[in-house]
Design a protein around this ligand. Structure first.
Ligand SMILES: Nc1ncnc2c1ncn2[C@@H]1O[C@H](COP(=O)(O)OP(=O)(O)OP(=O)(O)O)[C@@H](O)[C@H]1O
Ligand SMILES: [Mg+2]
Length: 274
């Protein structure tokens, strides 16, 4: 089994529960207009977009949602490495009409999760924002229940805003240790100006004790810093993942990564409505 699938399957119930809550929050965030196409982006590089995109894709597929993960990060494509696959064709071949979509899509070892990967392209904005891209997504929408678009960081490149304007929802992944709140606010407002439907924020890599979580931490929501309510009073469903060294024994593709301290992924906080 490729490493990233192994990582998820072996990560332990704490991580899996967090990703499942993220899945639930996304699925039920809009009852009238189901969220089918989801853009994952961040402010800075390396905040965990690809990892979260893959984990969410696995979690969606696990409940029978036929899921396609499209790599729209042509700046630094990584899906091949994460899945240890070597597809002959990628998204650009499809968009340039050089190959049929079904020839470029690759099944993964997670039943129900397919991948359309990318190769490096210096300036992908025009083609990702094109009618052809829209048409391609429209065609995939007939086949898949969920389409996840993994994009480059919006703090550096515009692709995520272009794609988010047409997607059903956008999730901003924030690495608590690296992203300043002002920059996060600026990116949320950039998304809103692009008419994106910001579903919320995933806080990744949060160092927090359980008592912090239950009682007194502050968190980012709607561009403001707010005091979290006591869990029992809260109307939200925050997810907290604490991955201890026991949870994360591997290092192969770096999901366990930077150190052995506890880390968390907090699920989607309620975002702004379109
Ligand atoms: N919660 C986490 N705990 C530990 N390591 C993590 C976590 N989330 C992501 N990582 C690691 O951080 C690194 C960057 O993750 P990932 O590639 O998912 O980020 P990205 O936002 O897609 O980066 P890029 O901007 O380069 O596309 C990887 O080595 C990944 O394994
Ligand atoms: Mg990435």
């Amino acid at each position: 089994m490729p490493d990233i699938l192994n990582d998820y399957k072996n990560a332990g119930t704490v991580l899996q529960d967090a990703v499942k809550t993220l899945r639930t929050n996304i699925r039920f965030s809009s009852v009238d207009n189901p969220i089918k196409t989801i853009v994952m982006t961040s402010v800075l590089p390396h905040e965990g977009k690809s990892t979260l995109s893959i984990f969410l894709g696995i979690a969606m597929a696990e409940i029978g949602q036929k899921t396609l993960l499209i790599e729209c990060d042509c700046r630094k494509p990584m899906l091949r490495n994460y899945f240890n696959i070597r597809p002959q064709y990628g998204i650009m071949d499809v968009l340039r009409r050089e190959v049929a979509a079904d020839k470029a899509v690759v099944h993964t070892q997670q039943a129900g999760l397919d991948v359309l990967s990318s190769t490096v392209l210096a300036n992908p904005v025009e083609i990702l924002g094109s009618e052809r891209m829209q048409t391609m997504i429209g065609e995939f929408n007939k086949i898949y229940d969920v389409i996840i678009l993994d994009t480059p960081p919006l703090g550096s490149f515009i692709e995520a805003a272009v794609l988010a304007s047409k997607a059903d929802g956008t999730v901003l992944v924030i690495n608590q240790g690296s992203t300043q709140i002002e920059r996060a606010r600026a990116v949320v407002s950039q998304l809103e100006k692009a008419k994106a439907h910001v579903l919320g924020v995933v806080l990744n890599n949060v160092e927090m004790s359980s008592s912090d979580y239950y009682y007194s931490d502050y968190y980012y929501r709607d561009g403001r810093k707010k005091k979290r309510k006591h869990k029992s009073e809260s109307t939200e469903t925050p997810v907290n993942v604490r991955r201890t060294s026991a949870d994360t024994g591997r290092t192969n593709n770096g999901v366990q990564g930077r150190n052995t301290k506890s880390r968390k992924i907090t699920g989607v906080e309620e975002g702004t409505e379109k």
